[in-house]
Design a protein around this ligand. Structure first.
Ligand SMILES: Cc1ncc(COP(=O)(O)O)c(C=O)c1O
Length: 436
């Protein structure tokens, strides 16, 4: 495909250094399997599954055909008080792989919308139970829960927050779980579970009863891959139960196999009350997110309203869009038929061996990893993020795409990668980071 735009000026790009990018653009014109082609014709291996959303790789005809057929048959119908078949079918497929008793799925269009929807679900649930006084939320330093005002309020990443100080009040952050004195830990750190007691301290300080919910990413992804210490998520669950606080797992990155299990919840053996998801739900082929809730949350909210009344005053014009549902159904069918989550689990050790082999490089400060998700953090040089930003660009021109957050490369290969693909990724990382 030719890239024909003769001006880059009008497109205001998200989370991008626009002026710098437009001097030296990196434009992807094709995706096939685990490779992209850039606008100069270069081959670029996809080391982050796009933005953690394309575990099946690119250009899957089954997905494209499902979307095409759906658009020919019915491109759109109102999702309020009418519906289309795809939402019911996809919800059933998702509910089949979420932990019990999480069986009710509300569709949205992105991870950010899933988080804001989950916030409202928590509020609606407590209000329906006569506990509308629960208005306080707990999150975590270095958390990323998207960019809408609700999710931003829960966010613990300073650059995302500092320009937008007028966010939702009544959110407090627990400490993050990264320990600078225990570097190069592979998998779950042995120590650090006690950091969950920050939540217990909030309950002592504010009382547990005004707290509506705790939001955590089981593995904090966008901040540079922070794997939860052993026992940490279990302890958070325990404290929530003691105080009637809802636990929300933001599985936007970890959902659909990234840890080797369908969800991190099953991988770590801790069941939340609500789960948010997006990204790999449709393999990134259509924008879509979802919120899955326990039976009790659905029935409490719905049964609090009269039989013929709308129970949850929330939804989007494109909730359960037919084309997104068609993509989601095709993707879930591929996950089941190809055993994709098992593929991720099987490739994990090889991937982590490769990733941790980079620990001898001078510029590398820390490596963290679990499943098919890894963070390679560089020593900062020239100010926070400067080295990472340059390394990301150099890596691209060396033929590999990786998402960086500050000075950390967030590596997340597609599940369809072969060992040779992993070798190529590690080689390109080494070549680039040795010169970073
Ligand atoms: C844990 C988590 N929550 C929410 C989001 C926001 O998703 P989106 O960019 O689709 O709005 C992300 C995006 O990376 C994420 O990692």
């Amino acid at each position: 495909m030719q890239f024909t735009a003769n001006s880059l000026e009008q497109h205001w790009m998200p989370f991008t250094a626009n002026r710098d990018f437009k001097q030296s653009p990196r434009i992807i014109v094709k995706g096939e399997g685990v490779y992209y082609t850039d606008h100069k014709g270069g081959s670029v291996i996809d080391g982050s599954s796009g933005l953690f959303c394309c575990p099946l790789g690119h250009g899957r005809t089954e997905i494209a055909e499902a979307v095409h057929q759906q658009l020919l048959n019915n491109d759109y119908a109102a999702p309020f008080q009418t519906s289309t078949p795809g939402g019911f079918e996809l919800a059933q497929k998702v509910a089949r792989i979420t932990p019990e008793p999480i069986n009710h799925v509300f569709f949205v269009n992105s991870g950010s919308e899933s988080v804001d929807t989950a916030l409202k679900m928590c509020m609606a649930y407590h209000r329906a139970r006569g506990e509308g006084h629960r208005t306080r939320f707990v999150s975590r330093e270095r958390a990323y829960h998207g960019v809408n005002i609700g999710g931003l309020s829960l966010s613990g990443m300073v650059k995302n927050r500092e320009t937008f100080s007028g966010v939702m009040p009544n959110v407090v952050c627990m400490r993050h779980t990264w320990n600078p004195d225990a570097l190069f830990v592979r998998g779950q750190p042995e120590s650090g579970a006690e950091l969950a007691d920050d939540l217990a301290r909030f309950c002592e300080t504010y009382g547990g009863s005004p707290i509506a919910a705790v939001f955590v990413e089981p593995i904090a992804g966008s901040t540079g891959v922070l794997v939860p210490p052993k026992g940490y998520l279990e302890r958070i669950r325990e404290i929530c139960d003691e105080h009637g606080i809802l636990l929300v797992f933001d599985e936007v990155i970890t959902g659909f196999g990234r840890t080797g299990s369908a969800f991190a919840s099953q991988e770590f053996g801790v069941t939340p009350d609500i789960m948010t998801m997006a990204k790999a739900l449709t393999n990134g082929a259509q924008p879509m997110g979802a919120v899955a809730a326990k039976d009790d949350i659905y029935t409490t909210i719905t049964e609090a309203a009269p039989e013929n009344a709308i129970e949850f005053f929330h939804g989007y014009t494109y909730s359960g869009h037919p084309a997104a549902c068609a993509a989601g159904i095709a993707v879930q069918d591929i996950y089941a038929s190809e055993g994709s989550f098992g593929q991720a689990a099987a490739l994990s050790e090889y991937f982590l061996d490769g990733l941790y082999s980079l620990s001898d490089i001078d510029s590398v400060r820390d490596i963290r990893g679990y499943g098919l998700l890894g963070g390679v953090e560089l020593h900062a040089k020239g100010g926070p993020g400067a080295r990472g930003t340059q390394a990301q660009k150099d890596l691209f021109w060396n033929g590999m795409h990786v998402k960086f957050t500050g000075d950390t490369a967030c590596v997340a290969p597609p599940f369809i990668s072969t060992k040779e693909h992993i070798d190529e990724m590690i080689e390109k990382l080494r070549m680039t980071l040795e010169k970073a």
